[in-house]
Write a protein that binds this ligand. Structure first.
Ligand code: MLT
Length: 252
């Protein structure tokens, strides 16, 4: 499907993919702090934000194909991608299928493994709850898990309140069905970065350290006092890390 997106138009292309159940606006503060030599393209992924109206049975690969379609439409051949949590799953899948289109990949509070049996079961429970109660009620605890910062919780709660029910269910199925990207991550031939908040309750700092150690190419950026939303909690630090990753290595 055609995705809604924001584009700063000029510079080395950096695609920012948001997590679940959020949208491109989580990157707003990072976009404001970004170097003018970097072009940011921030879409709403399928089922999220203004890219709604999809069926419930879609996969992470469908979401990755939407992103490829977007960069094709923008006539961009190669990009650097930073994926937040679910956006990281999409970025890894994009590398699996279209590795020639990527010149760098950053995982922000994300994971390279597939869901465990227990995690899949939790997602099916969450789907039942979303059907029965609607997104806002079913995901009422989510902002508390995303951050300990009241302002960030508030921003996230407002985005979640706008989340489409069909999109929320579809994304849960998509995440439950995704493959492991461990081997792909280990054998990547491009620059890799892992950004993680020290207090992330959803994907622990230990998990991120382990992911970064799994690849020779990867740099790890640990952000103190941040949770699962470092781009909102510490936007300066996230923007600095991305600038360094992109400009120092001259990946253009
Ligand atoms: C996210 O932040 O995108 C989700 O919590 C990821 C997940 O549910 O695996």
């Amino acid at each position: 499907m055609d995705l809604f997106y924001r584009d700063t138009l000029i510079g080395i292309p950096l695609l920012l993919l948001h997590g679940f159940p959020l949208d491109h606006t989580i990157w707003q503060k990072v976009i404001q702090k970004m170097d003018k030599r970097i072009r940011i393209i921030a879409p709403d992924l399928r089922g999220h934000g203004r890219s709604m109206g999809s069926v419930t049975n879609f996969s992470i690969t469908d979401m990755a194909q939407d992103v490829i379609r977007l960069i094709d439409r923008l006539k961009i051949e190669k990009v650097i991608i930073a994926g937040h949590s679910m956006g990281g799953y999409v970025a890894l899948d994009l590398y699996r299928h279209f590795s020639e289109r990527l010149i760098g990949l950053a995982l922000v509070s994300s994971n390279v493994k597939a869901d465990s049996i227990e995690k899949k079961r939790q997602r099916m429970d969450s789907i039942d709850k979303i059907y029965a109660q609607g997104v806002s009620y079913a995901l009422a605890d989510m902002p508390n898990l995303l951050s300990h910062d009241p302002d960030v919780k508030n921003v996230c709660a407002k985005i979640i309140a706008k989340m489409d029910l069909i999109g929320a269910i579809g994304a849960q199925y998509a995440m439950a069905g995704r493959k492991s990207s461990v081997k792909i991550w280990r054998s990547m031939k491009i620059g890799q970065m892992v950004i993680s908040g020290s207090d992330d309750q959803l994907i622990s700092i230990e998990t991120s350290r382990k992911i970064s150690r799994q690849s020779r190419n990867s740099v790890l950026i640990e952000i103190e006092n941040a949770g699962h939303m470092p781009m909102l909690e510490e936007p300066n630090k996230v923007a600095e890390a991305m600038k360094k990753f992109i400009l120092n290595d001259q990946r253009s």
